[in-house]
Design a protein. Structure first.
Length: 94
């Protein structure tokens, strides 16, 4: 991404990432998506119509990441409960 002259303090969280805002392009979006996947473990589908909304601003990305992480934690909690229920039913104590 071509952001050498921009510091985090210069980025306004609610401004657009593309076009008139920060001026990112489609290659930047791809790089950003890969970086976010590595850092936060969230995935973006190239077929998703919601990507435009997710990548609309820093705030929108933060909201998406927060929701995805919450869903991941919820899935882990449900899985743990299912495992506990199964082991209890089978007489296996953990």
């Amino acid at each position: 991404m071509q952001l050498e002259d921009i510091t985090p303090e210069n980025i306004i969280d609610e401004e657009p990432l593309f076009g008139e805002g920060l001026g990112l392009d489609s290659i930047d979006a791809l790089e950003l998506g890969v970086a976010l996947k590595k850092k936060f473990g969230v995935k973006f589908s190239s077929e998703s119509a919601d990507n435009k909304q997710h990548f609309s601003s820093v705030n929108a990305l933060a909201e998406y990441i927060t929701k995805e992480k919450a869903m991941q934690l919820n899935c882990i909690a449900v899985s743990s409960q299912q495992i506990y229920g199964y082991t209890k039913k089978k007489g296996i104590f953990m």
